[in-house]
Write a protein that binds this ligand. Sequence first.
Ligand code: ZN
Length: 407
Amino acid sequence: MNTTITFFPVGNGDMTLLKLGDSVRTTILIDCNIREAADDPDDDTRDVANDLRSRLARDAKGRPYVDAFLLSHPDADHCRGLCKHFYLGPPAGYPDDKKPDGQKRIFIRELWSSPMVFRRASKNHVLCSDASAFNAEARRRVKVNRERGYPVDPGDRILVLGEDEDGKTDDLGSILVKVDQEFDRVNGSRNKCFCAFLVAPIPKSDADTEDLLSKNHSSVILNIALGANESSLNRIKFLTGGDAEVDIWERLWDKHQDNPAPLEYDILQTPHHCSWHSLSHDSWSELHEDAEVSEDARAALSQIRTGGLIVASSCPIDDDDDDPPCYGARLEYEAIVDDAGGTFYCTGEYPSEAEVAPLEFAVNEMGLERLAYRPAPPKSLLRASVAASGLTFPPRPVVPNKPAGFA
Ligand SMILES: [Zn+2]
């Protein structure tokens, strides 16, 4: 099987799985947003946890796992459901070995985290419980690496993306990836299908810049080159940047405009769920068509290659005042793909607003090929099979004025 990229429909949030075309089908999950409604068997929100689990392998102990989990930044719409669906803690303490498969939490072999992004996020708001738990787990793993020395076992592994301030990460050696560096190591092994360039977080320069970047949803930005399989010569480029906003893209254009390769892409995940604020300093809801696009930010996000794709991971994008997702931003991204002969997608509209499904592409020698979507099995069937296996769901809360069933 070739390398695939899967965008799960999670509303305004991100959850993207890379499944590489190597012999062991290495998996990298970028963010997660598993809402309560998605877990509720009596709600018709797509069961993305089931969609994810069905794409993951089980290890020798029968645990579902991802080889790497990247948190782009610690907002709730990028880590919701983490504690419920993933195991955080020392590998020896994994508690679910005797549980049925559907109740085993997902084991994370290697964590990818950025202390600078956490620092900036926690300046402006209190971290949600999933983000705090992720941060505690990242600290635990860094500590294990400091005490035992690299390499450590899967479950204790971590890559730290970007240097922290005041030399706090200077002693991390091979688990630190600096901005503008490439890395091709996933879960301790070099991978022939994968090479990522760390574009951001932009390092700290002065207090003013730091304040500005903190308010711009500073995120890990990766430009990931993906081969179809271990022997393929061609690679596509996937640019993914969390919720990074306009000041960050302007700075990146200023830095890379003479050699924009780090911003080039065959597939872009629109930053911040198709937000206007990744493209403009103005307010869309106040100014609409009069709101000005930042030429530099747009240039940074326009380095598309022929036939390239842009994916908004968001709710449906209508012609209204909402932001995100923003209709004006959609028009900009549609213009960018039109110029390249490519296609724009929105996860909240795929294949239809009425019934969404994961949006999935395979990498091949020619580029990217969209795969047929898999309709969801009715949750009633999932529930029946779970009931047969002896699992129980918590009682359904009574919601007044809400019709029952799947209508
Ligand atoms: Zn977000």
